[in-house]
Design a protein around this ligand. Structure first.
Ligand code: C5P
Length: 324
């Protein structure tokens, strides 16, 4: 198995891009793949639907922060994880993804899956959703399932609202409950800082706290159309940055607001909550400014900090090319 590692400019918080490659033996194949995190450049909650979910208009963006998933053949579906706090049974989306794929295509073999967890969970960075989508892609290859990526989409959306996005990566609009994915022009930012305070936000509770208005189908369609029109036209010069969760999350967890204020005080061009939090991302103009911000945050020992860059759709496909 060959793993290609690029060390990028940033010297203090080096990030690594890993390209997974299948190695084939007589009867075996194994792979190690990056499972990337996302941020939400824009997140508008349109309202509550009759099924209890919320309609959204969001812009997903993959970033270079990633977990590593190592997958090899086995008779049963088995999962291990470096982080003992995470479940490795059917409560984990990785196992759910493997079981769902096996059932759908009537597969009679298994896989051993090891997850090296680096993305904070929970954190609003889509780590679990990304792991699930990457598992679907990897097992499709390992089990030689002859199906296009689009065919995995319904399975992905059953696993979670954010999972389908990770079948594509890059910059994409997310609509409906997030499962309707439409790729848009890449948003590029090289000097991003993601800061995750020691706060666990439960997504379901974050949605409840919003007390969003109930929607009729007509309302939803009209508002979504407007939002989509605006976002497709926006080129993300920060004017389109938005997150409807900020007010209620900041009120419930002042520490998260303190992260955002600190990043803005440290000369970030923009700082925004990601998903329902608690991670906040900040975009800097230059590496020097980002480094200075990182240094200034050294004493915040309970905040996890990640120097990252955006990952375009092309880079995403390249990193996962052995399973596409
Ligand atoms: O789809 P996912 O399992 O990630 O969602 C977790 C919870 O977040 C859901 O059970 C639901 O309560 C809430 N949610 C929502 N509207 C969405 C996405 C999630 O209300 N669009």
């Amino acid at each position: 198995m060959s793993v290609k590692i690029h060390f990028c400019k940033c010297n203090k918080f080096v990030y690594i891009r890993v390209r997974g490659t299948y190695s084939r033996g007589m009867h075996s194949a194994s792979v190690t793949l990056p499972s990337f995190a996302k941020i939400n450049l824009h997140l508008q909650v349109i309202g509550r639907r009759p099924d209890g979910f919320h309609d959204l208009c969001t812009v997903f963006q993959t970033i270079s922060l990633h977990d590593n998933l190592s997958i090899e053949p086995g008779n049963e579906i088995r999962m291990t994880c470096g982080d003992q706090r995470l479940p490795v049974d059917e409560k984990n989306l990785v196992v759910q993804a493997a079981l769902a794929l096996r059932k759908k295509y009537d597969i009679h073999c298994g896989a051993s899956i090891h997850l090296e967890k680096l993305i904070p969970a929970p954190g609003g960075l889509g780590g679990g959703s990304s792991n699930a989508a990457t598992t679907l892609l990897a097992l499709r290859k390992l089990w030689r399932i002859d199906a296009p990526v689009e065919e995995l989409h319904p399975l992905a959306e059953q696993l979670g609202s954010d999972v389908p996005f990770f079948l594509y990566g890059g910059t994409a609009l997310g609509m409906g409950r997030g499962e309707i994915v439409e790729p848009i022009e890449d948003f590029e930012a090289e000097y991003v800082l993601v800061v995750t305070p020691d706060v666990a936000v439960v997504t379901r509770d974050a949605f409840k706290r919003l007390k969003a208005r109930s929607l009729t189908k007509q309302d939803s369609k009209r508002i979504l159309q407007n939002c989509r029109f605006e976002l497709e036209a926006a080129d993300f010069q920060y004017t389109a940055f938005k997150n409807d969760f900020e007010t209620t999350i900041f009120a419930a967890y002042p520490e998260v607001e303190r992260v955002k204020n600190n990043l803005l005080d440290l000369a970030a061009d923009e700082a925004m909550l990601s998903g329902s939090g608690a991670s906040v991302f900040a975009v800097f103009e230059k590496e020097e400014t980002r480094q200075a911000a990182l240094k200034a945050l050294d004493n915040e020992v309970n905040w996890r900090k990640f120097a990252v860059a955006t990952i375009s759709r092309g880079e995403y496909r390249e990193a996962l090319k052995d399973v596409f």
